[in-house]
Design a protein around this ligand. Structure first.
Ligand code: LLP
Length: 415
């Protein structure tokens, strides 16, 4: 994470000291690095240079408009899963022809909006969805470009909550049923077959399952060709993991993509990818301040001002995020439970961290650019934290902190 480094003992985002960010914007606060975002996207673009390919950033990972805008300016398209995400990407002026729509539960209203917008492709996940989409498109007098999300039944070897490519998952069309469903699609008047896609899971550190999934898709593409059905693009979804801790065996984008590109050589297939975490995950951190130190007989608690409502991943998946002091402090470390103020024992951000701490210290919770702010809530009537994007020497507020009044502004008492 070179965009976040220490100068004179103080952790910086690019050229801005995080102590200055905390002083100006308060804590808790999300801090993103524009440079880290751009270079993560560039890693994909570099491998795909000269090919007919499109990187559709998975908006769900971090949907802040500034993040989307920085990526769009750098040539990214978008993978969306709701009308809300569609409106976000349209709000930053994204080209509809660079938008793909994933998700198992698209409503008719969402389909209508995407059809009138003229998106690149619907990633269809079931027979029922295909029929509904055909009906909605007929009503609008349109043809919906589609891809079937095929479930290749490969084991991504990741956390069960974020593993999606196995038979027992709710996602995609079963591999053995896909050929028949493509035939059905070919016979529908208001859909047009554009591609094939899969997404086998998230936070994959081993590139082998991606290659296994692609082999299965290619075999299916050949069967479809025999049926007279042409597929123009292959979308391999997202899923490439990031470093959360040193022990993570990180795969380079090159090591992930080269075997896939080798398999695609000589086939005139456009390549789509939907990375989320790998683009934003290491480009953000959560800045928090120690409110209280509460040493105990069994455990020592450091109570910080960020909580599970801000960063749910540790509570939800038992995920590890490195936690480091913003200002290095001398002295022997103690083992701390880093916890938030929320009234739940599950409200922890890190267990057993060796740190030298004092009240009021600033901590940075690292690798918090993906699925962090995007999954935050207002539990305990806690306003969502501010989001700041650093660009060189400038720190820009890209979402102001919510006020408590805003949290209940939509509510009413009975008459
Ligand atoms: N495409 C589809 C269809 C997806 O469902 C996802 C993520 C992606 C692309 C992007 O995957 P990525 O490149 O980010 O791995 N909340 C969890 C992760 C959930 C992932 C959901 N789908 C977490 O915090 O680890």
């Amino acid at each position: 994470m070179s965009a976040f480094s220490r100068h004179g003992g103080v952790l910086h985002a690019e050229s801005v000291a995080l102590t200055d960010v905390a002083a100006e914007f308060g804590t808790p606060c999300w801090v993103y690095s524009r440079q880290a975002l751009e270079s993560a996207l560039d890693e994909f673009q570099r491998e795909l240079r000269g090919l007919d390919a499109l990187v559709c950033y998975a908006v769900k990972a971090n949907s802040n408009l500034a993040v989307l805008d920085v990526l769009a300016r750098r040539g990214a398209g978008f993978d969306i899963v709701s009308a809300g995400e569609l409106k976000r990407v349209l709000a930053i002026g994204a080209d509809p022809q660079r938008i793909v729509f994933s998700g198992v539960g698209k409503s008719a209203a969402e389909m209508e909006l995407a059809l009138t917008t003229g998106i690149l492709c619907f990633n269809v996940e079931s027979a029922a969805e295909l029929e509904r989409l055909n009906g909605v498109a007929a009503k609008l007098g349109k043809k919906a470009p589609i891809s079937l999300r095929v479930n290749p039944d490969v084991d991504a070897g990741t956390h069960p909550y974020i593993s999606t490519g196995l038979k027992e998952n709710k996602f995609g069309v079963a591999y053995d049923e896909a050929r028949a469903l493509y035939r059905r699609a070919a016979g529908l008047a208001n859909v047009e077959i554009s591609g094939i896609d899969c997404h086998i899971g998230s936070q994959l550190l081993d590139p082998a399952p991606f290659a296994e999934a692609l082999d299965k898709l290619l075999a299916l593409i050949d069967q479809l060709a025999a049926d007279g059905i042409a597929v123009h693009h292959v979308d391999l979804g997202g899923g490439l993991g990031i470093r959360y801790r040193d022990s993570d065996a990180l795969t380079t984008v090159e090591a992930y993509l080269q075997p896939l590109l080798a398999k695609l050589k000589g086939r005139s297939l456009r390549i789509l990818l939907e990375p989320g975490r790998r683009v934003v995950g290491n480009a953000g951190l959560l800045l928090t301040r120690v409110e209280y130190l509460k040493p105990g007989e069994v455990k020592n608690f450091a109570i910080v001002d960020a909580a599970m409502n801000d960063l749910a991943r540790p509570a939800l998946y038992g995920s590890w995020h490195d936690i480091v002091p913003v200002v290095s402090r001398q002295g022997a470390p103690t083992t701390w439970e880093i916890v938030g103020p929320v009234c739940e024992s599950g409200d922890f951000l890190g267990h057993g961290r060796e740190l030298t701490l004092a009240d009021g210290d600033l901590l940075a919770i690292l690798s918090a650019g993906a699925y962090s702010m995007a999954m935050s809530s207002n539990y305990n009537t806690r306003p969502r934290a501010a989001e700041v994007m650093v660009d060189g020497t400038q720190a820009h507020l890209v979402r102001r902190r919510e006020t408590v009044e805003e949290l209940y502004a939509l509510e009413q008492r009975l008459p």
